[in-house]
Design a protein around this ligand. Sequence first.
Ligand SMILES: Nc1ncnc2c1ncn2[C@@H]1O[C@H](COP(=O)(O)OP(=O)(O)O)[C@@H](O)[C@H]1O
Ligand SMILES: CC(=O)N[C@@H](CCC(=O)OP(=O)(O)O)C(=O)O
Length: 248
Amino acid sequence: MQNLIIIKIGGQAIQQLRPSFFQQLVSWRKAGKQLLIVHGGGPMITKLTQKLQLPVHKIHGLRVTDSETLALTKLVLLGDAQPALLTQLAQHGLPVVGLNAADNQLLTGTYLNRAQLGAVGQVTKVNVAELQRQLATHIGVLAPLALTTTGQWLNVNADMAATVLAQQLQAEKLVLLTDVPGIMQHGAVMTTLSPHQAQALTQQAVITAGMRPKVQAAIQAIQAGVQQAIITDAIDQPGTAIIQEAVI
Ligand SMILES: Nc1ncnc2c1ncn2[C@@H]1O[C@H](COP(=O)(O)OP(=O)(O)O)[C@@H](O)[C@H]1O
Ligand SMILES: CC(=O)N[C@@H](CCC(=O)OP(=O)(O)O)C(=O)O
């Protein structure tokens, strides 16, 4: 889908969307773009987990998800984060549809490392035809959950889910909208980042925590043929563009 833009919105970012975000969506739609939003909700999941005095444990930005945490994750993503986003989009006159893995087997997944991470998954199959049908008329708002072939729910990092979708739907652009203006080094935003630089900065612990899966996801998208992958805090700001390694 050459005219498809996929936007991943982090949980923090959902709560601080600016008027320019909605204006950009309106103008993309006028220009004939199809839009799919993959939403996060990590901070809200953490808040509820802590409120219930359950442990929060992350490994390289991925939430270790036992059965209680999985139940809370589904509750927050489908009962709080997604409706919060749908309401804001609808208030700006945008046609939206809320989606999740269980709608016509939209996202199928497998466990990433069950022994270490519990019910954390990766998306292995996308029901492309169903998504194309929905996106022809609506802005899709999709939760980062997948279902195994035997019907087990999996918690998927939203950046990773957005990337697989960008690959499988052959999106022209992937925007990872977060709470920082881009990848920072020495207090400044890097305008571009290559896979080689990303590896070095991760080893030097400049890129840490939730930025790790985000950067890996953006690299994977570019390497799979998505033309643009951007990490930014505002949809109309350049942020950090992930670029292919220069050929010497
Ligand atoms: N080099 C870096 N540049 C910018 N942010 C970084 C960097 N390394 C780690 N981070 C952290 O990554 C966070 C973004 O990841 P995350 O909290 O998972 O966001 P989101 O919820 O939007 O997916 C930033 O708020 C910041 O704390
Ligand atoms: C496996 C895993 O870590 N899943 C994420 C899913 C939500 C998410 O990615 O939300 P943000 O984009 O707001 O961080 C989590 O449980 O936090």
